[in-house]
Structures are given as C-alpha cells and as structure tokens.
Design a binder for this molecule. Structure first.
Ligand code: HEM
Length: 437
C-alpha cells in the first residue's frame, strides 16, 4: 500500500523550479517533501509567478514570525481579489451588491488581523483557555474517545477519519463554546468549506459553498448568541460567554467581530486536530518500527506521568513530520530584510511550515519519523504573537486520542489505501478504512 508515494529528485526539482501555488500537481500534493527539500537547498526565497515569495527555511520563518510589526497578518489586501470582487482598497462587492461573506469572515477573524483587533480578541480567548480549564476538559475527552472506541470495537473496524479522528474535535470545540449537542452536526461541513476557501486556488463551486457556509453559520450563531446573552454560562469555561461579556466590559467586540470570531474559533480547532489524529495513526502504518517502539514504550511506562511524557513527545513529532497546517501567510508593510535577503514593501510571503519542520539545519534525520525526538522546536502551531491559541488543547486531544486508540487496537491495520484531502494548506486524509486486527 503506497501511502506517501515517492517523488524522484528530478521531478521534485522540476516542480520546485516552476512552483505555482495556484496550479499544484497531484504528485506534489501527495508528497510535497522532496520539493520542499529542493527549495530549501536552492531557492529558499522562491519567487512565484504571481510575484510572491515562498519561504522554506526554519530560521527564515522564525525571523518573519518574530517581526510582527513589519510582517502583517491583515488580509484586506489579498482577500479582495482572492474572493474575486474588487481591486485593492475598495470594498469587495459581490455581483448582488453585498459584501462577500468569505471576505467579511476571514478579514474579521483574529488570525488575519493585526493589533488592536487581534490583541483584544486573543486576550478574551486566552482567558478561557487556561491550564485549569483545559485540565477540566480531560475526563469528558476520555469518555468521548472511549465511547468512539467501543463502537469501533463492536464493528471490528471502521474509518479512521469519519469514525474517529473527525468525531473528537467537533465535540471538544462544541463544548468550549457550549454549542448544544443536537446542533453540532453541520459544524464540520461548514468548517471544511470555510477553511477550504483559504486554499491557494478555488473553483467557483468551492467559493460559492464557502460563502453559503459562512452565511448559514452566522445565522445559527446569531440565535445562539441571543440565547447566551439571556442565559450566560460560566465565563471561566465558556468562551462564548467570555466573548459576549468582554463586549459589555468595555472591551468592545462589535456584533460582527463577535460572530466572526466564534466562527473562526469553531473552525480553527477542527480540521487541524482531525488531521493531527488521522495523520498520526496513518503514519504509524507507514513506520512499523516506530509503532512497535511506541507501543513497547507505553507498555513499559511506570506510571501515568511517564505515559503522558511519551505521548507528548510522539504528538509533537507527528505535528513536525506531517504538519496539519502546512502554509501561513504574511505581507511586508515596508521594505525589509530577512536574514540578509531583501524583500520589497508589499511583498506577499508564504511561510512553508511543512518545509521548515524538516529543515536539516535544525533537525537530525529530518525525513525520519522519530517518536522519541526531544527538543522538537517545530512550527506546526506557528510562532510569535499569532501562535496557536489552542495548542495545549490540541496536544491534549492528540495524546488522549492516539494513546487510547493504540492501547485498545495495537494491531489495527488499514484495509485500503487512504484517500488524501488533496490540499496544499491543510494536510490530511478524507477517509482511511481500517480493521482493528
Ligand atoms: C493540531 C491542531 C492545530 C494546529 C496544527 C493549529 C495550527 C495553528 C497555526 C499554525 C496558527 C497560526 C496561524 C498564523 O500565525 O498565521 C494557529 C492559530 C490559531 N489557532 Fe490553532 N491549531 C490547532 C488547533 C487549534 C485548536 C484546538 C484551537 C481552539 C481551541 C485553535 C485556535 C487557534 C486560534 C484562536 C488561533 C489564532 C491565534 C492568533 O491569531 O493569535 N487551534 N493555529
């Protein structure tokens, strides 16, 4: 079974030479790593046909992430033309005369903003994602994972993505905003459509689906917010109540900021975490020695703390090796230099997390999955002021899901070649049928 098909050095160099994110070949999407390696070695600041830069070295990504004053996350400029509606610095109108929902959503979410909106929203969210609040989620997470494993055991197998990996984040993020269980069904499809619209190239159908999904999501949230205003939850745990109360405390999130950041939050922890769990369990199939070693390390762990440590290292290595979020973006507000390389004002920069995480300047044997790797300074959660606000929660989900799955089904095996998502930005699988033995 070929999960990550090889790519010849010659083919990798050819793709690297003509790299264009708007037209990526299928063999790159299946296995981009040889192309990343070629770029790191020969053109670490690759100029693409649209004039933007594609960065692949770890040190260069860190330098850009660090300099948030020069490298802006604000996407007003890029997303106007991306969503196909207006030239720069004019409001983007759809053909029908309204603001494009995808534009409105993405340009209001904290991840695509600079201070002051970014600071205000991030402070409110971080206040509810404290260590204590995350620890309090652990028992619920364990019982959710165990109930999924029970169902899988009764069937003798299932689909790693549908029946397991994707079923976890939707519940956890749903709990974080206290979305009623009965309402959670459409969340994943909305999230896939809205984040999918961030891919470097979009078909009109994908764009239409993304716009429709934003509208449906907002309509749902408007009602939820109205109910929560009437019946507030515990602001220590309920992010939605916290964001609403922030409004009243003079922290002033407008209605549109509030709703759009709830949509973002519900999306942010979704596909990324699904892909962490899915990529990990599928990688173990490709790396049988690592799997045997992890299982034996877990069996020999003297206590829960040791087990947590083993799984913690493994989760970070899975994140490094198959980063669920492969690409980030920034725009230079002024002419600048990155480690001695000149970039002009306005330069659009794609930060290739997947390439930086396999940079031989930072990692020994970077193309090797090594679940005992220590000192793993991967960039899977980004770095700097926008570093993932949910990273502790994502790591907890990863440890519990992967650890409990392995303990229950140490002999699991894929029964068919898994189906890849086929995306450049979000790396993961759509489906992976497996049997428990
Ligand atoms: C494996 C799972 C995850 C991965 C790989 C991941 C990755 C990332 C990355 C790379 C960024 C930085 C984007 C940038 O700098 O442009 C980010 C930001 C963010 N993530 Fe995650 N994420 C994960 C899970 C989560 C979860 C579970 C949550 C919610 C609880 C979450 C909430 C956020 C938020 C709110 C931001 C924006 C932070 C800011 O702009 O200040 N993420 N994530």
């Amino acid at each position: 079974m070929s999960i990550t098909p090889p790519l010849s050095p010659k083919r990798a160099q050819d793709i690297a030479r003509t790299l264009d994110l708007r037209a990526l070949p299928r063999d790159f999407l299946d296995n981009p790593y040889p192309v990343y390696a070629a770029l790191r070695e020969t053109e670490p600041f690759k100029r693409m046909p649209d004039g933007s830069y594609f960065l692949t070295r770890h040190a260069d990504l860190v330098a850009v992430y660090r300099d948030a004053k020069v490298f802006s996350s604000d996407k007003q400029v890029e997303f106007g033309p991306k969503y196909n509606h207006a030239p720069f610095n004019q409001p983007p109108y759809t053909a029908a005369g309204g603001v494009a929902p995808l534009f409105e959503h993405h340009t209001h979410s904290l991840v695509f903003n600079d201070p002051p909106l970014h600071t205000r929203v991030r402070r409110l969210i971080m206040g509810a994602l404290t260590r204590r609040a995350i620890e309090a989620m652990e028992p619920g997470l364990i019982s959710l994972v165990d109930s999924l494993l029970d169902k899988i055991e009764a069937q003798g197998g299932g689909d790693l993505i549908e029946d397991f990996a994707s079923a976890i984040p939707v519940e956890i993020i749903g709990n974080l905003l206290d979305v009623p269980h009965a309402d959670r069904e459409p969340l994943r499809a909305w999230s896939l459509a809205i984040l999918g619209a961030l891919e470097p190239s979009l078909t009109p159908e994908q764009e239409a689906l993304g716009n429709r999904s934003v509208n449906e999501f907002l309509a749902y949230l408007r009602e939820l917010v109205a109910q929560r205003r009437q019946h507030p939850g515990d602001p220590e745990h309920d992010v939605l109540t916290r964001l609403i109360q922030g409004e009243d405390n003079g922290d002033a999130l407008s209605e549109v900021e509030l709703l759009q950041n709830c949509v973002f939050l519900l999306n942010a922890g979704h596909e990324t975490t699904t892909n962490l769990i899915g990529n990990a369990l599928i990688s173990l199939q490709e790396w049988p020695e690592q799997r045997m070693r992890l299982l034996s390390d877990l069996q020999q762990a003297p206590d829960e703390e040791a087990e947590e440590q083993i799984l913690g290292l493994a989760v970070d290595e899975f994140l490094r090796f198959e980063s669920s979020n492969q690409l980030g973006n920034r725009r230079a507000l002024q002419a600048t230099q990155v480690n001695g390389v000149d970039l002009p004002a306005g330069a659009l920069v794609t930060l290739c997390i997947g390439a930086a995480n396999r940079d031989p300047a930072v990692y020994e044997n970077p193309e090797q999955l090594d679940l005992r790797r220590t000192g793993n300074k991967h960039l899977a959660f980004g770095f700097g002021v926008h570093q993932c606000a949910g990273l502790s929660l994502a790591r907890l989900e990863g440890r519990i899901a992967i650890g409990r799955f392995l303990r229950r089904f140490p002999e699991y095996r894929l029964t068919r070649e898994p189906e890849r998502g086929g995306r450049a930005r979000f790396r993961g699988f759509l489906s992976a049928p497996f049997s428990t033995r």
